[in-house]
Design a protein around this ligand. Structure first.
Ligand code: ADE
Length: 245
């Protein structure tokens, strides 16, 4: 998968070199290219922002540099999927990550300040799919950290990135059995640590009982932390035991 990123802070993307993402890059699964928006400015101060029309606080990113940057990184008829992090976008969820993971080419545009002049995305929509997405109901100082989050969530779904593909299907929110459920607690050796024992069922070797226990814990944790998610569970997918939990 090719991933281009346009930002005024290319240094934010140093983590693409390490851990899972770095390995995916070295394996040729990810081809990430970071571009400095200021490279498409033409004044002495490399200005990327200006005051908002209509007044109000803060600054807005100018359309000129963004238009030139998009033209240069994705010259027509090339059409990557353009992803723009913004608190006013649609929610980014596990299914958004899966959807984006099936694309051959993503282009992330990192806004700062009060955002990017709206004409930039209106024009881009004329020649490529554009997704404005939000990580949640909070406001970050800019899109860079949001893009790192999304790239990590997307990349771990690409074939060959995780050592064990099964760990993806056991995740919270994974399509299938874990859809709308939070993953329950996990344990490793030793069996007793500071007088706390690992739940016995996990040592039993009884795979049916272990699966049942994990599902019960997932249901309990979801009820405690995210009760609204339980409403979304398909009643047909619930069994009698689920209802007791
Ligand atoms: N940029 C600023 N805040 C954001 C958020 N909550 N999600 C995605 N991008 C953002």
């Amino acid at each position: 998968m090719r991933i281009d990123i346009i930002s005024i802070f290319p240094e934010y993307f140093a983590p693409l070199e390490i851990s899972l993402l770095g390995k995916a890059r070295r394996a040729g699964i990810l081809d990430t290219r970071v571009h400095d928006l200021r490279g498409w400015t033409h004044d002495r101060h490399n200005t990327v922002d200006d005051t908002p029309y209509g007044g109000g606080p803060g600054m807005v990113m100018k359309p000129g540099p963004w238009g030139e940057a998009l033209d240069a990184v994705a010259p027509a008829p090339a059409a990557p999927r353009l992803v723009v992090p913004t608190p006013s976008g649609r929610p980014f969820t596990q299914s958004t990550a899966a959807e984006l993971a099936s694309e051959p080419w993503l282009l992330f545009a990192c806004g700062r300040y009060e955002g990017i002049d709206s004409r930039v995305m209106a024009e881009a929509r004329g020649r490529m799919p554009v997704d404005e997405v939000s990580l949640g109901d909070f406001v970050l100082a800019g899109g860079e950290v949001a893009v790192l989050v999304m790239i990590e969530a997307i990349s771990r779904l690409l074939p060959g990135v995780l050592g064990n593909a099964a760990s993806v299907s056991d995740d919270s929110f994974a399509p299938g059995a874990m859809e709308s459920l939070l993953e329950g607690p996990v344990y490793t050796k030793p069996p007793v640590w500071r007088d706390r024992a690992v739940p016995e069922v996990l040592l039993s070797g009884n795979h049916g009982a272990i699966a049942r226990w994990r599902r019960d814990e997932a249901l309990r944790r979801t009820a405690r932390h995210r009760p609204e998610l339980l409403e979304r569970l398909d009643p047909a997918a619930l069994d009698a035991r689920d209802r007791e939990v």
